[in-house]
Design a protein around this ligand. Sequence first.
Ligand code: SD4
Length: 319
Amino acid sequence: MSWTIIATWRMALEGVQEGAKLLEYKGNSEDAIEKAIKMVEDFPYYKSVGYGGLPNENGEVELDAAFMDGDSLSIGAVAGIKDFKNPISIARKLSEEKVNCFLVGQGAEDYAHKNGFERMNMLTDRAIIQYKNRLKETVDKGLSPYSGHDTVGMVALDQNNSMASGTSTSGLFMKKRGRTGDSAISGSGFYVDSEIGGATATGLGEDIMKGCSSYEIVRLMKEGYTPQEAADKAVGQLNDLLIKRRKKAGDISVVCINNKGEFGVATNIEGFSFVVATDNLTPTVYVCSSKKGKTSYEVATSEWMDNYMKKRTAPLKLK
Ligand code: SD4
């Protein structure tokens, strides 16, 4: 029987490897998503997800996460949650609630506490250095504070044809307190329906939400487009619309799979990476480029992989 798991960015590799093992041994897609995303959240060098995530402009790490079960269409999500170790697990637990399944800020923290989730200070020394340096640059040079993003988003299909999706992010570096993007918003940052397929997005949430990109991709797959066609069409159309109406489009990248496990990917930036594993493909990192609305991708070279980790783990100094 076939299975597939796909995720945004190279940082998902170790998680996808674990998720793939589960799927290979007939584990379900929900467990695979939670396990894989937890691994990304726990790795301190990834500065845009979970522990080690970069803070908002007040120096607080506010996290967003969501979980969706493609069989029941149940959704759970948290936004702006502070001081809890694994937002994806809280989102999954919330997906079991009939109402009150999307909680923000203090309400999300109260729920997590009541349900026994582990508390943790998510602000690392490394993130503090980046915050202080950025503050200095922003004040000194008047740079826009909105930069730095790499949300992890995943979709999985298991051997019972069940699908699930999840996201986790610290959002945009130096965001306003209380700001949330697409990642916790159903249809924008993620969507999955086991009878069709699923998609997840990363990039500038403010723009992704204008196109409800994940739902749009699933809708296009339902109309008969292949995952690759659906991804290119959804990203291309939103990119063009934003340029037409607003003169500018933010970063938009998506990955998706249909319920046969075929995958697609699209981006309007250079260098978007993603990870995919199937019953026929060991977990593999690809790097994308986009020309005239068509996305192509190549297996990441070992040099690219080495540089990626070196860059993430390089010592940081206060400027
Ligand atoms: C957000 N979409 O909060 C997220 C950030 C992100 O890759 O994806 N970064 O807007």
